[in-house]
Design a protein around this ligand. Structure first.
Ligand SMILES: [Zn+2]
Length: 71
């Protein structure tokens, strides 16, 4: 075995793993995975899925307030 081999080989069939992204529309979470192009085995890269929306945009914030003008 040669050390320094990247983890891009399938454990089952020694096939090539291609990066892929799983998206769960129900929960709105995404997960980066490796998918074997030979047998279809999927290997997780991340331990926990990430939400698709990184930051909730506060659109309800008032842009112009009716307070007194600055001048
Ligand atoms: Zn495989």
């Amino acid at each position: 075995m040669v050390n320094g081999t990247p983890k891009t080989i399938c454990e089952r069939c020694q096939g090539t793993l291609a990066p892929d992204q799983e998206v769960d529309l129900l929960t709105g979470m995404s997960l980066v995975v490796y998918r074997c192009i030979n047998c279809g085995r999927r290997t997780r890269l991340e331990k926990e899925p990430r939400p698709l929306t990184p930051k909730p945009v506060n659109r309800d914030a008032p842009v112009k307030s009716a307070t007194k003008p600055d001048r």
